[in-house]
Every structure is written in C-alpha cells, then in structure tokens.
Design a binder for this molecule. Sequence first.
Ligand SMILES: Cc1cc2nc3c(=O)[nH]c(=O)nc-3n(C[C@H](O)[C@H](O)[C@H](O)COP(=O)(O)OP(=O)(O)OC[C@H]3O[C@@H](n4cnc5c(N)ncnc54)[C@H](O)[C@@H]3O)c2cc1C
Length: 475
Amino acid sequence: MKEADGTKEAGDLIQIKSDNTLDNGSINGSMKKEKDLKIGVIGAGLMGLTLAYRISKSNATVKVIERDSQPGGLSTYFNYGKFIWDKFYHVIVPTDGSLIGLIEEIGLGSKLNFTRALTGYYVNKSFYSLNGPKDYLLFPLLNIWDKMRLAYTIFYGSRIKNWKKLEQVHLKDWLVKMGGQKNFNKFWAPLLLAKLGENYKRVSGVFIWTYIKRLFKAREYPVEKDYMGYVTGGYKTVFDKLEQLLNENNSSLLLDTVVTSIEPAEGGGINVHYGESVEYFDKVVFTAPLNVLEKVTDPRLCEVVRHERAIEYMGVVCLVLTTHKALTPYYILNISDTQSPFTGVIGISTLVDQEQTSGLQLTYFPKYIPADHAFWSKSDSELKAIFLEGVKDLYPDFDESDIVSAHINRAFKVQPLQVLNYSEIIPKTHTKHPDFYVLNTSQFVNDSVNNNSVVTHVNSFIDEYKHEFQAVNKK
Ligand SMILES: Cc1cc2nc3c(=O)[nH]c(=O)nc-3n(C[C@H](O)[C@H](O)[C@H](O)COP(=O)(O)OP(=O)(O)OC[C@H]3O[C@@H](n4cnc5c(N)ncnc54)[C@H](O)[C@@H]3O)c2cc1C
C-alpha cells in the first residue's frame, strides 16, 4: 500500500481521525493548510476524480481511494510498448459540452483536437461507407421508402423530450413502430446486437434515444458534426492534470488500495476500511460499480437492490492491435455478421495524429458481452487467436507479420442494462445515511454511458449538494 498521504503503511490497524491526526498523536500533513471537512471518494475513474477536483476547490480535504495502480477506471490508459494510449477507445463528440467544459476549465483546451471521423458498415461480406446523405441514398440494403422512415425515426427521436414514456416501451417495439420491421432487421438489429447482444430485447426505447440525442443536440465545439475529438496524449493527460490539481488543493489520490468495507461511524461520519487500515471521513461519495457497492457497504448506509430487478451490466472484451499498415479507413466500422467474434472495428489512427502512437496504427476490435458469456473464462491467448481469425476473415489481405503488438483488454462492468422502467430501480444519490452518497453510471436514466454524461452527473451533484460539502464552488 502506498503512503500517499502520510498514513502509516498497511500492517498495523490505524484509526485515522477527521482532524488529520493519527491515533499515536503525530500530525498528518502539518505543513499543509488545514481544511474543515474531510471527504472520501471511492474510485478514481473520471467520475471520482472530477468530483474530487470540484470538492477540493472548497474548504474540504479530499482523499480518492482507488483499487488499481493508476487512475482512470474504464477511461484509463495502457502501455502499448512504444507509446501510451487509452486502454479502450474514447472519443469526444462536438456536442459533449460538459466534458469539453471540464477539459477547458483544467487548462487543457489547447490540447483538444478534432478531425473528421468516417463511419462504415460491414454486411453480407461487403463494406459500405455511411457518411452523409449520398452514402445513405446509395446504401443497397434499404429501399428509398425504408430510408425515409429511418431518417424520420432519427429526426423524431432527436425531438423527444419526455423520455419517461420511452422507458415503458421495449426498444425493439419502438423502433419497429417508428421505422418498420425491415429497417429494424436490416439496420438496427445488427447495431443493437453489437452493443447489447441478445439483451437488446430487454432494453427500453431510452437506450437508442440517448444516442440519437447525444449526436443531434447543439454542438458545443465549433466543428462539423461528423468530427470527433481527443486530447493530445489521450486520457492520461486528463488524469495527470486532475491529480496535479487535487494535490495543489491539499487533497490526494491513494492508488493500489482496495476498499473492503464502508460503515457508519459512531456519532456521524463514515469509516472506510482498506488493507489493515480504517479511516474516518466526514462524508464519503462512492463512484465504483454496483456489484462493489453491494459487497462493501454496510446495509445501514444503503441497500443495494438484491431481488430479480437488480441492475445488470454488459462487459467488454477487446483485441487491440498496433500495426505498421492501416487496417481500416473508418473511425468506426459496425459489423453486421454474427460469425465475427467482434462487433466493430475502431480505427483510432484515422483520428489521432501518428506522432501520438509512434507512427504505428492503433486499432480496437471490441465485443460487448453479458456476465455469463463464455469469453470470460478464456485466456488472453485463446481470445487473441479467436479474434485474429476474425480479423483475417474481415481483411483477407491482412498479414500477421505486420503486427507490432496484440493485447486483450477486458472490462466487466461497463454498460448498465436500461431495462423497462429503469429509473425505478437505480440507487439513490443521497442514501439513507446523511454522510454517504452514491454517484455512478448506473444512475444515468436518460443518458448513455459516456464521459460527457459522467461530467454532467458530477456537475448536477455539485449543484444539488454543494451546501452539504460547505461552499463547494463549481467554477
Ligand atoms: C470499450 C469502451 C469504449 C468507450 N468509449 C467511450 C467513448 O468513446 N467516449 C466516451 O465519452 N466514453 C466512452 N466510454 C465510457 C467511459 O469509459 C465511461 O463513461 C467512464 O469511464 C465511466 O467512469 P466512472 O468513473 O463512472 O466509472 P469507472 O471508470 O468504472 O470507475 C470506477 C473506479 O472504481 C474503482 N474501484 C472499483 N472497486 C473499488 C474498490 N473496492 N476500492 C477502490 N476502488 C474501486 C475502479 O478501479 C475504477 O477506477 C467507453 C467505455 C468502454 C469500456
């Protein structure tokens, strides 16, 4: 365990008090300015770090506790050998106002880059470009009437404000009603299978509406709508900066530290257990997924739904290749082929400057899968072999000797399944204990899981609860 904040090494059971003194009387951080409240944040994904940064600007000291050896969670970075880039593919779209706002606020605005991103569709062993009206008109799988109905579905979806009604309708039923069965079978079903597998049948209309909304709302960045963006250096740049700002605000990030239990302290406040330590906080915000919440939280703080309507997540398994030659001209190629082991090809190098990746091509091959999928029990080398076969099927000219590196990256809890009436089963932000809060992606009732929604969620939390964290300033 790291001694990131002056606490003792794991081994002795130490009670750390809110006034920053240890039980042996030594002063922790005595050179630093005293702050009033001591806040714990569990999880150093974008949610936890953005929240911690915002709270640390008030008169509170924040400590973020993270299980992994580096911050970032699902948006973290990975060492590909010759360069470091995101572990999973991440782009910023011009409508991501909250995320772009954060990036500019922390001084990284000049590192934002936007480039035109191309979309492709692979079906019946053929590649189709889907960029702009001309491509849609030429797309051979749908006739002109179907295309008009498809355009109407997207237009109508982008105008919907009352998402609560959509929450009561199965996604499939809504799409068939709007655009017809043929559009559903030929266009939507392959995309939904790619993202949700067979689970798409259980999901409500809100799921697709959130995607339409994200792409069609007013742009917050002055580029064309088919442009997509990234930060120079990838998300590592963002996390390094957030950590630096936290430290400057007399707060800290504790890595390599698994929180094992969270319980109410006597007389108010919260005790957090990790390693052999138990640390007291005046308030704690939990940002990790629900399975962890269920495991570590005392029922006196909050009760995670344990019945049949418990929230399920989709995970992802992803082959990441670095190669000398480009594999795809598209930023995203959606694959409508049930035989393929992956459901999309993400050509990050079509977007990201070659300098960022040591002149190599970086391509991701993801497959979203439920918790009981057979892929979870396979080793990385087994998965690599299966996925590489798929790459060769897709690109018969692909030569394996061109591969510089091949990695399998996995994430178990990525996409909560927005089933019917999902908003009724999410955990509340303010729990039954006044000093314990839950803030995570399972609470996105009318947003898709992306980093813009993460920052929006944090901003709303700060707006609503700032008085409880004493004069927390958002700006
Ligand atoms: C394949 C893929 C592609 C994506 N593409 C995009 C994209 O293009 N654009 C976009 O905006 N978003 C994208 N996303 C979504 C984005 O990654 C998420 O929105 C975001 O990372 C969620 O952040 P979070 O902090 O809420 O959760 P997480 O990142 O899950 O953070 C939770 C943190 O809690 C920690 N933790 C868990 N248990 C414990 C414990 N017991 N003790 C201490 N710490 C613990 C975890 O290690 C983790 O760091 C993508 C995600 C994936 C997987």
